[in-house]
Design a protein around this ligand. Structure first.
Ligand code: NAD
Ligand code: ZN
Length: 250
């Protein structure tokens, strides 16, 4: 990575009036939340629970909730970092139109960005929903009943299965965010992918779509990705210091 790449990014941002920011787990590692694929990341500790197994088996649901409440401590303590703050500034200044995120940690919201500017492709782990009637359920009462009385949550309204509001492997992608992400990607001339290994599809299809549309594609990631060949600028550096410098945020 050279300073030239940083200058290129500054110039592209300066010239662009409608930028899309696309983020992955890498934007939150500086907040203490492990990503999935780095050494020590989530997948080196746990096998993912497939959606069909969660639906089919009470034992899997028990395992899933138990795992969630054991690992949530890091998440609850997490605060937005310099990278989140720089992205929030880009939104505030009207430089970036929206954030498409694969993250489920709610840290873009916590950095002050309004909900309508955030497209969550993989849902949000800071609350739960009923899989049948979609009503939102808060985690605190679920956690209390699970830890104290070993009760697996069901919906108070309809009796349906309650699940953290994230999209699991094998679960259909949420339609409205997928549509919003496509519309925003089609409208943009500058697409910046930040902290993603770009291997999880369909999410990783959006940077590809941007490049195919002829938009400028910038990739900021510690390590190379399989999509570097489609990018106009690749910056292999730490996200917080890089975005902090480019946007002028501490
Ligand atoms: P990933 O783990 O596959 O890739 C993260 C990438 O970020 C890696 O290539 C890594 O080298 C890079 N990275 C990590 N920290 C960095 C830093 N400080 N500076 C620069 N680069 C850094 O994550 P992904 O592509 O988002 O896909 C994984 C899936 O994981 C997503 O579906 C997402 O839902 C989920 N996930 C989310 C969170 C979260 O919400 N914080 C955490 C773990 C996993
Ligand atoms: Zn319900």
């Amino acid at each position: 990575m050279t300073d030239q790449a940083l200058e290129q990014l500054k110039d592209l941002l300066h010239a662009s009036s409608r930028t899309v920011i696309f983020t992955g787990a890498g934007v939150s590692t500086e907040s203490g939340i492990p990503d999935f694929r780095s050494p020590g990341g989530t997948w080196s500790k746990y096998q993912p629970i497939e959606f069909s197994d969660f639906i089919a088996s009470e034992e899997m649901r028990r395992q899933s909730w138990s795992r969630k409440f054991a690992t949530d401590v890091e998440l609850i303590a997490a605060q937005p970092n310099r990278g989140h703050r720089a992205i929030a500034k880009l939104i505030e200044f009207g430089k970036a139109a929206c954030i498409i995120t694969q993250n489920i940690d709610g840290l873009h919201q916590a950095s002050g960005i309004p909900d309508e500017k955030i497209v969550e492709l993989h849902g949000n782990t800071t609350y739960a929903t009923c899989l049948d009637c979609a009503v939102r359920q808060e985690l605190e009462p679920i956690k209390k009943r699970f830890l104290e009385d070993d009760i697996i949550p069901t919906c108070d309204e309809c009796g349906g299965i309650v699940k953290a509001a994230t999209i699991s492997f094998g679960q259909p992608m949420p339609e409205a965010p997928m549509q919003a992400a496509k519309t925003e990607t089609d409208l943009t001339r500058l697409f910046i992918a930040i902290g993603s290994s770009l291997v999880v599809f369909p999410a990783a299809g959006f940077p590809l779509l941007a490049a195919r549309n002829g938009a400028k594609l910038v990739i900021i990631n510690r390590e190379p990705t399989g999509m570097d060949q489609y990018a106009d600028v690749v910056i292999n550096r730490e996200i917080g210091p890089t975005l902090g410098e480019v946007v002028g945020v501490n």
